[in-house]
Design a protein around this ligand. Sequence first.
Ligand SMILES: [Zn+2]
Length: 92
Amino acid sequence: MKHTEGSWEREGRSIVVEGRGIICTCPLPLNRGVFDVEENLNLIAAAPELLDALKNYRIADHRSCVIGDDLDHRCTTCKIADAALAKAEGRQ
Ligand SMILES: [Zn+2]
């Protein structure tokens, strides 16, 4: 599974990738959306960078925390990171 390549940018209430199209559009509260539209758009726009940062952290900084080890030698931070990565990659 791979998300849409390119820089995810805010354009009004949408997240777009130039040359690719619209990733998503957040509805306003009056259209069954929520009041946190700006914050949600900022978070979604940053998602690819956050994913890369988390992968780098997990691989580079905590490679000694073994994934799938029967004894589970992962630190608590790596367990949280692995759960987030599984969610982002549709593995949960
Ligand atoms: Zn760790």
